[in-house]
Design a protein. Sequence first.
Length: 158
Amino acid sequence: MPKEFSAKLDARGLRVCIVASRYGRLVTDQLVAGAAQCLAQHGCADEDIRVFWVPGSFELPLVAKHKAAGGDYDLILALGSIVRGETSHADQVAREVSRGIAQVGWESGVPAIFGVITAETMEQALERSGVKGGGRGWEAAQAGIEMVHLLRAEDGRA
């Protein structure tokens, strides 16, 4: 039987950087709140969480890259929303933001989680943000906690 690894949901001692978009703040505030609740529920102390507000979702990867490169964080959460308008602008922004956040993780080795909602309408974005509980912010934080522990598996830090 092969040796298997599954992540534990323990955020104690994790240093977490949340990079959040001010644009669409009605949605992003819910994402940040959901992420913070998930982190707290799993043992992360408030003093180990930092939130950096950027102008919009397009700016998320640059700040995420800068913070990951500094070596001060175990986990980067990129939170924002992109709502489709009447042009293809939302598709272009979403593509570049998702690519940029993925690249942060690949290059730095620090889990960089894409917690950006892409939606057709503001109503959809609000629904997915966690207005009624849970939401994408919570999911992003939970995925991030798991990724930290999976990357640490077998290196003595898990």
